[in-house]
Design a protein around this ligand. Structure first.
Ligand code: 6GU
Length: 250
């Protein structure tokens, strides 16, 4: 089944350009997903094609008008639902939300600009509001692309044979262990000896220990979310303590 994604934006070329490149572009060619981009400036009816106006109540910045967005939805009843608005005041986007969206037949993303859109758009047509993190972007386009990429790569057939989204960061609630490739020495830095030992059971425990050490050091909130460290976690971390320089020499 092909996932249908609609994007409502004032910058259709920026969205299309990225979404047809690399992993997303290849997945689109394989019909894992399809993209329908709608420029809501096309749904304006005044000569200046005005999409924004000053806020009632005063204050800085401009607000996106409701009508071009509502008209776009009226003109295109085929636009997928739910309609998700991208805004820094939305609920936080996480791997769990990406999984939710990847289970749908489709969804639409509304990209805000300026100070946001008229709240009546939210009242009338928006089903959900999402933010990708606690910082402010100039518009929702980059956020929409983050959502699309993280969702599409979870779909069957989206990634190549030697890529996988099963075994990576966040699918397990831990950060990734460090990776190395050839050559064995880079500007005086080696590769942890164990990775060249051929002892696969031991390598797996070492990687697990590194993922745990990293997550404890950088994202204690993730450890808490998974209910703390298990006895097995503690044992494997003790078997492979964190070495200086992230273990490059050991
Ligand atoms: Cl979804 N939009 C904007 N404009 N800024 C953001 C965001 C979204 N998520 C985090 N910052």
């Amino acid at each position: 089944m092909t996932l249908r994604v609609d994007v409502l934006t004032l910058f259709p070329d920026a969205v299309t350009q990225y979404a047809t490149t690399s992993v997303l572009g290849r997945a689109m060619e394989r019909q894992v997903w399809e993209l329908h981009v709608h420029d809501f400036r096309d749904a304006t009816s005044d000569v200046h094609r005005t999409v924004d106006d000053t806020p009632f109540g005063g204050g800085a910045g401009m607000v996106l008008r409701a009508e071009p967005i509502l008209q776009t939805l009226d003109d295109h009843p085929e636009i997928a639902r739910p309609l998700i608005a991208l805004t820094p005041s939305g609920r936080r986007f996480t791997h769990a939300v990406a999984k939710e969206l990847s289970a749908l037949n489709g969804f639409a993303l509304l990209c805000g600009r300026y100070e946001g859109f008229d709240e009546r758009v939210v009242d009338l047509v928006v089903d959900d509001e999402i933010s990708i993190g606690d910082y402010v972007l100039a518009g929702g386009e980059l956020a929409a692309l983050c959502v699309i990429e993280s969702v599409v790569r979870l779909l069957p057939g989206a990634l190549g044979n030697d890529e996988s989204s099963v075994d990576e960061t966040f699918s397990e609630g831990l950060l990734e262990y460090p990776h190395y490739t050839k050559p064995a020495e880079v500007r005086g830095l080696g590769v942890p000896e164990i990775l060249r030992s051929g002892d696969h059971a031991r390598i797996e425990r070492w990687r697990r220990a590194q993922a745990l050490h990293r997550t404890v050091a950088r994202r204690a909130d993730l450890i808490e979310q998974r209910g703390g460290l298990s006895d097995i976690d503690i044992a494997v971390m003790a078997e492979f303590p964190l070495l200086e320089g992230n273990g490059h020499t050991g």
